[in-house]
Design a protein around this ligand. Structure first.
Ligand code: NZQ
Ligand code: ZN
Length: 380
């Protein structure tokens, strides 16, 4: 087991009705709020109106940037930062899924500076100041609500990249499972797959920590128990709550404590499909994971077999484990091949080229460029 130092500074407000504390919480950080949201879901559900009322009742002045898309774009981050800077906001409030929370994190870093937001992703600048971020989560999946990561696409340079800064932990995150009742079946399934994939990235990482293995399997089993019934009962509050809690735990740091690193080669590969074909994040992972395990079967066979046996409750070898996990993704109605999605004319060459530009690799299982075509063929 490795040494580690751990600090997660995000305050979580979890459960029914927690939003009633939103206004007083924002009052702690100033008066002027930049409210960042997605395309339309919070207006359709009525959440937008409720949020505005809470903020008005607490005497806050609100400026808005909406239209953040799934697989968010750097140009929206830049445009939102202009709104925030012009109006001298004190904080950024994200209301939405992971794409909105991630964008809000980068907007909060960009408002105080005069260089392009992409400089953070390109590694030209290390963030050293940022406005406070407060998140109201409406989709359980990424864990962004309690971690320092933000993932944004830049189509001009053909990259979907991540930035991480201690400044980017939300100060407060409001997690009311009721707000996720309107998430449609497909994105509910992609969220379940994403949280399981976060556990798998930790599982296949470097270093050995038995407690981590147990936490990982515990979170995956919770998702396996609550996820499938939720997909046929989308209005079930208790199942929504169980998945929301599991998703937060899957990427808030605890599964990686005592390990050297996670792997993240599957996420890096999946980001290429989102960048090129706008594949939803969770779907990109259920497509790549079975192929990735087949590619690394010789090197990681024991870990694959142990994971599949732990998930299924049966003694499986590596081949059986991969088949079992693939079938489980299929049972969630998630794609396991690129052809399962309606992507018009996907090109192996384009994917391999973008993987080269993105220098796709894992932190533990080394994914050399000569393996890229093989990986793509395995999931095409
Ligand atoms: O844009 P709106 O209209 O809000 O609709 C969204 C979007 O179409 C909709 N939605 C969200 N909440 C809803 C809802 N629809 C109905 N009712 C609600 N309550 O769902 C769609 C997907 O939303 P999005 O935010 O894109 O999904 P998700 O939370 O899965 O976030 C995906 C993004 O997060 C990144 C991914 O790469 C991707 O860009 N990730 C962020 C991570 C992090 N910060 O730690 C880690 C992850 O591995 C991931 O990379
Ligand atoms: Zn993910």
């Amino acid at each position: 087991m490795e040494n580690f130092t751990s600090c997660n500074p995000t305050t979580i407000h979890f459960g029914k009705g927690v939003l009633s504390n939103l206004g007083p919480t924002l009052n702690l950080f100033g008066n002027r709020v930049l409210l960042v949201s997605g395309q339309s879901s919070i207006k359709r559900s009525g959440l937008h109106g409720r949020i505005l009322k809470y903020l008005n009742d607490s005497g806050l002045t609100v400026f808005e940037y909406d239209g953040i898309c799934s697989n968010p774009l750097i140009e929206d981050v830049e445009a939102a930062a202009v709104v925030g800077r012009k109006n001298q906001v004190d904080m950024v409030l994200a209301v939405g899924g992971g794409s909105v929370v991630d964008s809000a994190k980068v907007i909060a870093l960009t408002i105080p500076v005069s260089h392009p937001a992409w400089d953070f992703f390109a590694g030209k600048v290390t963030p050293n100041q940022g406005l406070p971020i407060i998140a109201v989560l409406t989709l359980a999946a990424t864990g962004s609500e309690m971690n320092p990561y933000a993932v944004v696409s830049n189509r001009e340079v053909k990259l979907k990249a991540a930035v991480s800064s201690p400044l980017s932990y939300p100060k407060h995150s409001f997690l009311d499972p009721e707000l996720t009742l309107t998430v449609p079946q497909d994105y509910t399934a992609y969220g379940i797959a994403d949280l399981i994939a976060h556990c798998m990235e930790a599982w296949f990482g470097a270093g050995d920590c038995p407690m981590s293995d147990k936490l990982i399997l515990g979170i995956i089993k919770e998702a396996m128990e609550a996820g499938p019934p939720l997909l046929t009962d989308l209005q079930n509050y208790d199942l929504r709550a169980r998945i929301m809690y599991a998703a937060t735990l899957a990427l808030n740091g605890i599964t990686m404590q005592g390990k050297v690193s996670g792997d993240w080669g599957v996420h890096a590969s999946g980001h290429i499909l989102s960048l090129l074909y706008d594949v939803p994040h969770g779907a990109s992972l259920t497509i790549v994971y079975p192929a990735w395990m087949r590619l690394f079967k010789d090197q990681a066979g024991d870990r694959i077999a142990k994971l599949g046996s732990g998930m299924s409750g049966k003694m499986l070898d590596a081949d059986q484990a991969i088949d079992w996990i693939e079938d489980f993704f299929l049972s969630l109605d998630c794609p396991v091949k690129l052809r399962d999605l309606n992507v018009p004319n996907p090109s192996v060459d384009d994917i391999v080229e973008a993987m080269k530009i993105g220098k796709v690799n894992g932190m533990n299982m080394k994914l050399a460029p000569e393996y890229y075509p093989k990986l793509v063929e395995l999931y095409y």
